[in-house]
Ligand binder design. Sequence first.
Ligand SMILES: [Ca+2]
Length: 212
Amino acid sequence: MEKGEAVCVHDYMGTCMGSQSPQYHTFDGMTVDIRGGCTYTIAKYCGNDPTLVPFVVEEKKSEGNFKEWLTNVYVYGYNISIHKGEGGKIQVNNKLTSLPANLEAGKIQISQNEGRTILQMDFGLQVTYDEDWAIMVAVPSSYFGATCGLCGNFNEDTEDETTLADGTQAASVEDWAESWRDPSCQDDCEGQETLQDTAGCGELIWGGPQAF
Ligand SMILES: [Ca+2]
């Protein structure tokens, strides 16, 4: 049920891609360019269905220092972190872990294949991180319309991707992308060129449904 109407949803996977540029292609097909280095929420469960496992995928991009790029996945109480350019090292709750690895009695499987680190969750979420620093997040259609972050809201509607956490539409794609930027990234705002950009760094719209 969605907004009081029954919605028929086929069983399929939504795919979101992020590249080094840095640029993201949302589940619903919109392209988002990111300015400035910081940690961004890429995909997150923003619904309130207790039968769905909450998760957060975030990516840290540092301007001019690719070694600091990493992806954090928060699921089942773990923080799984994949660091770029470090030969496939991963950290589980800040502890270096060799691959392949299984966590939570196999509910989380982490493997490596030809430079690609693959996280596969038992409920269908898949996160892969390539050698060339491209991230892919695949989410099963059970999460239809219930994700948020730079990968969008996964409802097959490209037009409403820039919906903010409070339900309103952002003034621009840039403003919307800013809203998924970690509020702690004040230092990165020094490179912004306009007053509006600087203001956006200090007054992020942050709130709404929190999975964690
Ligand atoms: Ca959408």
